[in-house]
Design a protein around this ligand. Structure first.
Ligand SMILES: Cc1cc2nc3c(=O)[nH]c(=O)nc-3n(C[C@H](O)[C@H](O)[C@H](O)COP(=O)(O)OP(=O)(O)OC[C@H]3O[C@@H](n4cnc5c(N)ncnc54)[C@H](O)[C@@H]3O)c2cc1C
Ligand code: FES
Length: 268
């Protein structure tokens, strides 16, 4: 596929508050809809796009495809404090155009086994980004979806409809008080497959969970990317099967394939 120029349909701030997650500081979360039917028609849940974020950013920035419609895609993105690319994106208005410089969509995407009926989705914070699309897709296939959604507090949006939602908040304002991984073991037996997206500590906690040892678990890995095309090797990670490029071989990996202790703190 060739480079795409997408038009902004809408760009809405979902919440706007200073938050800290690991070593990353956020200003809030936005939902942007882009008109690009050529990507919408090909996208699979778990895939991502590279976005040219204005002249100040030499390198494009990767974002998961959050939702699709007939003629466009949505991105759910968190604006980083001193994040040039995400702040630029948050200032785009309806009718602006955005360049998506690579062939799209990128990455391998999640894969649902045809016999799987019960899908357990685990979102930590902004990790809801790729899981919304996965939930949409799974429901079309008449599967049962349970979403475990862990956030700092009750200010979150973009929850897929027609799923069973189980919440955990660190401040206890909705659902379980604490981390989403505290309640994850209660749902594992029910699930045929588990899919997760969240910060590194969430994955590290999951990797140590004995209940998950014999369960197929796919996770979306977010690391710093340069090209998104397999050229710069900036996204290389160590796995049990050797070195892998997240942009080409991922971003979806089996949980027990990644050598978690070798990864620097990133996060979504
Ligand atoms: C496959 C993939 C999918 C992604 N999907 C989404 C998504 O759907 N929504 C979303 O909000 N974000 C997503 N991200 C993360 C997003 O790409 C970054 O937040 C974005 O590139 C930051 O750009 P920026 O110019 O605003 O910040 P920068 O100016 O590039 O960085 C600001 C500060 O944050 C640090 N930083 C930024 N990103 C990371 C990171 N990944 N790990 C560690 N430190 C980092 C930088 O080192 C710097 O200190 C995804 C990343 C990948 C690899
Ligand atoms: S981002 Fe350049 S090789 Fe993956």
């Amino acid at each position: 596929m060739r480079q795409v120029v997408a038009t902004v349909i809408s760009n809405e701030q979902l919440w706007g508050e200073h938050r800290v997650l690991g070593h990353l500081k956020f200003l809030g979360a936005w939902l942007i809809w882009l008109k690009c039917p050529e990507i919408a028609s090909e996208a699979k849940p778990g895939q991502f796009i590279m976005v040219n974020c204005g002249e100040e950013c030499l390198l494009p920035r990767p974002f998961s495809i959050h939702q699709v419609s007939d003629d466009g895609i949505a991105l759910f993105y968190a604006v980083l404090v001193s994040g040039k690319g995400t702040s630029w994106l948050s200032r785009r208005k309806k009718g602006d155009t955005i360049k998506l410089p690579s062939p799209h969509p990128l990455g391998n995407g999640f894969s649902i086994v045809s016999s799987s009926k019960n899908l357990l989705l685990v979102a930590g914070g902004n990790g809801i980004a790729p899981l919304y699309f996965l939930a949409q897709d799974a429901l079309k296939g008449k599967r049962s979806v349970t979403l475990l959604y862990g956030t700092a507090d009750n200010k979150r949006r973009s929850i897929p409809p027609h799923i069973k939602l189980v919440s955990a908040t660190e401040d206890g304002t909705v659902g379980h008080r604490g981390m989403i991984t505290d309640i994850l073991p209660d749902y594992i037996n029910w699930a045929d497959q588990v899919f997760a997206c969240g910060p590194l500590p969430m994955y590290q906690a999951m990797a140590h969970m004995s209940e998950l040892k014999n369960k197929p678990v796919q996770i979306s890995l977010e690391v710093r990317m340069g090209c998104g095309l397999g050229v710069c090797y900036g996204c290389t990670v160590k796995t049990r099967n050797g070195l892998r490029q997240v942009c080409q071989d991922g971003p979806i990996f089996e949980l027990d394939d990644v050598l978690w202790e070798e990864l620097a703190d990133g996060g979504v």
